[in-house]
Write a protein that binds this ligand. Sequence first.
Ligand code: PLP
Length: 416
Amino acid sequence: MISLDQHPTGRHFLQIPGPSPVPDRILRAMSLPTIDHRGPEFAVLGLKVLAGLREIFQTRHPVVVYPASGTGAWEAALANTLSPGDAVLMAETGHFASLWKKMAERLGLQPEFIAWPGNDAETGLPNAWRRGVPVEMIGERLREDRGHRIRAVCVVHNETSTGVTSDIAAVRRAIDDAGHPALLMVDTISGLASADYRHDAWGVDVAISGSQKGLMLPPGMSFNAVSPKAIEASRSARLPKSFWAWDEIIDMNRGGYWPYTPNTNLLYGLSESLEMLLAQGLPAVFARHQRWAEGVRNAARAWGLPIQCADPAVYSPVLTGIVTPAGVDADALRRLIHQRFDLSLGTGLGRIKGRMFRIGHLGDCNDLTLMAALSGVEMGLKLAGVPIAGSGVQAAMAFFASNPAPMPPATPASAD
Ligand code: PLP
């Protein structure tokens, strides 16, 4: 165990899929003195971040901010809209979808979990953990539900445990085609501000997100973006809620305040993050993540190691899961890489623990930080004696060199 004051030289390589590295500009903004959260200055900050968040979620409707991790915003989504005993349709796409289902059970809801059946021949891992939401099954199930017992469809946009995204617009179409009134709730905790997410255009009723991923902030803040239909549902929903209740928060947010003490310094950071993301523009933010993801996948292919996501149409731009050969403990490999190179990789979670590791490529990265991370992985694979087909580092270098990132708008020429 290393103590914090024995930290190795140089920056730690935080290559997990969130928390992601926090840019210095955001760290500096967060170090400003805490101000009175009921004073006039605060309202300027509050109104600014609430407006910026609406742009990031691509919504005209309210975004509720909680001083809580993403799990809190999951609970808020369910507690605000549903009543004890309500049926909810959820899709098993990985560990986070499974945790959300467990929460629904604990809250007294009746979740129904649908999933791609069976195990995959290539890796022996569950098919459901290598694919996106089974949209056709959702449509079928909703058509069968003639009495409209199902009150909500809950899906994960970017399943952080596997590196698989789901087609949210297609889920919306499946609900509409079935003529079903269920609410659509989407966990985009690791999707927002990295993977394309369009709250209003995709007809999402409640979106859940968190600070520590694409927004490049420390953990500790989470969000619900809510549609008018979700707000309507919250008026008659009977699950107990007080801290999570949207009504008082939305009401006080109109003036830029919160009904309780908000996390002021994280809001300073959020204000900075929103400026950075919106100045770059969302299409450029999404493109940057797609390009990094393709570079990392090139490395995986060159190593000859399967990518956890079996469907190229839904590869995650945020992280890549890499499956280790049967008999190789992926966690032992991660520990070795951490110990030797001060590089943190994401662990396999739940049903795929020990069989895979995850490389995060989100937020404040660039080609060279990713190349360093891939070098650490490749050195670790060799040290652990994992057979690899070729050099992933060479493949990723070739990809990044021959696919330049779009240049930022004109900068002055350098002196040389
Ligand atoms: N959902 C997804 C997709 C996540 O990635 C996470 C955390 O990584 C969570 C939910 C839980 O969020 P938190 O750990 O911030 O409570």
